[in-house]
Design a binder for this molecule. Sequence first.
Ligand SMILES: *[C@@H]1O[C@H](CO)[C@@H](O)[C@H](O)[C@H]1NC(C)=O
Ligand SMILES: *[C@@H]1O[C@H](CO)[C@@H](O)[C@H](O)[C@H]1NC(C)=O
Ligand SMILES: *[C@@H]1O[C@H](CO)[C@@H](O)[C@H](O)[C@H]1NC(C)=O
Length: 398
Amino acid sequence: MEFGCVIIINSVLLLLVSYSDNHEIKIKDYSDLVSDIYLDSMQLISKSKYPVEKHFVTTEDGYVLTLFRIPGQGPPVLLVHGIGDSSDSWLVLGPSKSLAYRLADDHFDVWLFNSRGNKYSKKHINKISQKKYWDFSFEEMGSKDLPATIDYILSKTSQSKLSYVGFSQGTTIFFVLCSMRPSYNEKIKQAILLAPVATINNIQSPLIPFYANIYDKLTFLAEAGINEVFPSNVFVSTYHAKVCNLRSPLRFFCGLEYYLNFGLKELERLPDARLPIISSHIPAGGSAKTFLHFLQGYVLKSFRRYNYGVKKNKEVYNSSTPPVYNLSAVSAPVTLVVSESDWISTIKDAKLIQNNLKNVVRNIVINTTLDFTHLEFVYGERVNSVINDPILKFMKSL
Ligand SMILES: *[C@@H]1O[C@H](CO)[C@@H](O)[C@H](O)[C@H]1NC(C)=O
Ligand SMILES: *[C@@H]1O[C@H](CO)[C@@H](O)[C@H](O)[C@H]1NC(C)=O
Ligand SMILES: *[C@@H]1O[C@H](CO)[C@@H](O)[C@H](O)[C@H]1NC(C)=O
């Protein structure tokens, strides 16, 4: 849901940026960063002088996913990005701060997931229509993309279990996986769930109630053929690279965008010099159905399968309402990391998750005094001290 808001605001801001361009407000000094702005995961990793591999995984329903790997001698760990995002999210802060590199430095065998529909995972083995291709939500990422990916990694590495680190939607699809395909609980050595999202009853982003109010219209648009939302494109990337640049006179707009979506009050909480690179790598594309499915969670106040309406629900689920995802079936050992200042993954909603899960081994709550917001779990200036260092310490102790 997060990046939908970004897009609406973007439309307005893009006009402003083109205005400023025409009126000779010079945007200086981002040429040095331009190289990184357009690099993909493979290139970012190579540029940082780490070994890198690219793998393709085909799901049972024919989607072809790209996995990146920083191979290591140690145990495998799978990093799973958030909504509208990609494997880039674990790399864009560079080797000193991004989790993928920090894990690689500690000899973990690091695998970076890309869900169906994002910029790296757009292929299908059959010639299917666009409408059919985009007919998926986070459910298929959890019930089909993750099993294929996990089995692929376990087979390549001859291991029976792997560690899982998910952020935001990367936790949602973990819950879907372990509840719909409970045998996968056995394949998870340990799951670290950053900013977990299942029910979003208490979400605080001011734009979500707005979207909920126009839910019927959005559904209509989706059914009328708007399949992909928030695609990655050079136009939006360049826009972000410009307004989020440290010396940009338009940086206020970058700040406004992050505040409205994530409650981020100070842009300085994301590393200054890397901000154009971070913001140019998101969004990375997703399906309209994923966005609607999250919105349904807010409207229906529960964590359920996709709601098609009574008639089609009966056909698909043999029930007029969609079944709930059974969080009690998640038996893999889980560490929850929640921040009191997160607008998206709120303490109240995380409590519901915690109460239902069978095997929460640790529950880390980031105190409100840190004012640690959603994006900071992956992109924050303080990511090492608040997130990465404790995670690494814990993972090495296993
Ligand atoms: C559908 O649900 C009804 C009532 O809950 C049950 O009796 C029936 O066996 C179900 N049908 C299928 C195909 O599962
Ligand atoms: C949910 O999963 C638990 C654990 O596997 C099981 O005992 C329970 O019956 C399930 N609940 C439903 C509604 O399927
Ligand atoms: C947060 O930290 C402050 C200062 O360390 C402390 O006074 C406060 O009780 C903490 N709040 C919670 C909810 O733990």
